[in-house]
Design a protein around this ligand. Structure first.
Ligand SMILES: [Zn+2]
Length: 242
């Protein structure tokens, strides 16, 4: 058995603990490779990586074959996936020492992933405090907060808003009446829901301001207020409890 056959039979396990789905990885020496992601209810997925032979072009139609170990390929792919989001980013991909990841390896990867997510959330918090602009919060930030099960005001994509042409206040698109200045923005819709005073506004106003019925209300309120007051006196008379 020579060195090259040892290399050929070597398989290492590329482990992924992130629910993120990766587009296939491409290399000239193995073509395309899909890194597995954990399915529902699973906490990790293993992608077996095999050794390959690379071909080096020496020019003049001469080429040289060289062996690439499974470990080299797996390390390369793990580095590429983890560094996807800049310096020090980590996306939960690592190369296991054995065919299956150990508890310690999984715990360490989870710790690094949580740490990376916490860093993203802290940066998003700062950004939100500064700008209050959801445009500056990335999908990665939102994923990080969800993974850490944190509720953040910047987690939600706010509904797009329009400006009221009358008063300039923010309004929801398609509303019939501006809530700030009462301008009718969509007469048809406003009429449909009876929001247009339609000439009889004076009569409606006098009807909706029933001064007479209001006058009797304070009497009832006063009565109940006195009642509850007399109830309250009893426990107070006992003196301070404890
Ligand atoms: Zn308005």
């Amino acid at each position: 058995m020579n060195a090259s056959t040892v290399v050929q039979s070597e398989v290492v396990s590329l482990v992924n603990i992130s629910s993120q789905l990766w587009p296939p990885r491409h290399r000239t020496y193995f073509g395309s490779l899909v890194v597995q992601s954990p399915k529902r209810g699973e906490c990790f997925a293993v992608t077996p990586i095999r050794a390959c032979k690379g071909v080096m072009d020496l020019g003049d139609k001469r080429s040289m074959e060289f062996a690439i170990t499974a470990r080299e390929i797996a390390d390369d792919i793990a580095r590429e996936l983890n560094n996807d989001s800049g310096e020090g980013s980590f996306h939960g991909v690592f190369v296991a020492a054995g065919p299956e990841p150990t508890e310690d390896e999984l715990a360490e990867a989870q710790r690094r992933l949580d740490e990376f997510h916490r860093r993203l959330v802290a940066a998003a918090d700062l950004e939100w405090e500064r700008s209050h602009n959801p445009m500056f919060i990335t999908d990665l930030d939102r994923r990080a907060a969800r993974e850490l099960k944190l509720d953040k005001p910047w987690l939600y994509d706010p509904k797009p808003q329009d400006d009221c042409p009358a008063c300039g206040e923010k309004i929801k698109p398609g509303v019939a009446v501006c809530r700030s200045c009462r301008a009718i923005l969509n007469p048809e819709k406003a009429a449909q829901f009876g929001l247009v005073p339609s000439g009889s506004s004076v009569a409606q106003t006098s009807l909706s301001a029933p001064g007479g019925s209001n006058a009797s209300a304070p009497t009832d309120n006063e009565k109940s207020a006195t009642e509850s007051q007399s109830h309250r006196e009893k426990p107070a008379g006992k003196g301070a409890p404890k």
